[in-house]
Design a protein around this ligand. Structure first.
Ligand code: CUA
Length: 172
């Protein structure tokens, strides 16, 4: 069966595009270390505020037993709880987030912190914040720290656009 030259050309172009995209994905994953969040850990979203790790008193930034900085955040229509957290730059941190209602997105400007917060699951991000990066997009405070916003970046209802919080990043 003869293949029309035009069809053959487009088959090559489509193949090249596919190869280019696979190379791009591999490059961002291996060199730029951009990975999709992959934490599979379930939680009872209907009882978040009562019994679990995400009860009100546990929210915010704590040092774990191993000295790691852990921030626990509840993303709920249409607020981020707590509304402001303080995180150190230059050290490994863990963000753990949960939703009691619908799907939200958690993005911190100037960082690579970006994950969906799916009800029923704990969203977890391991990263290190680079002070120079947040300094480019944030607001400088008198004490030398920088404040950047946390945005909800998944449409979650009529109040979605006003759902945001703050991260105060301190220099190490
Ligand atoms: Cu929460 Cu959009």
């Amino acid at each position: 069966m003869a293949v029309h030259p035009l069809e053959r050309r487009w088959a090559w172009i489509a193949t090249l595009m596919l190869v280019a995209m696979i190379v791009l994905v591999a490059y961002t994953a291996v060199v730029m270390k951009i990975h999709p969040p992959s934490n599979v850990e379930t939680i009872d979203s209907t009882r978040l505020h009562l019994t679990s790790e995400f009860a009100e008193d546990n929210l915010g930034v704590k040092r774990g037993d191993d000295g790691a900085v852990v921030a626990r955040i509840v993303m709920a229509r249409y607020m981020v709880h707590p509304p402001e957290i303080t995180l150190p730059a230059g050290v490994p941190i863990v963000i753990r987030a949960a939703s009691p209602d619908v799907l939200h997105g958690l993005h911190v400007a100037g960082t690579n912190i970006g994950t969906q917060v799916v009800p029923g699951y704990v969203a977890q991000v391991h990263t290190t914040i680079h002070f120079e990066d947040v300094a480019k997009v944030g607001i400088a405070n008198a004490d030398g720290s920088v404040t950047v916003p946390i945005y909800c970046n998944e449409y979650c209802g009529l109040g979605h656009q006003s759902m945001w919080g703050r991260v105060k990043v301190t220099r190490r």
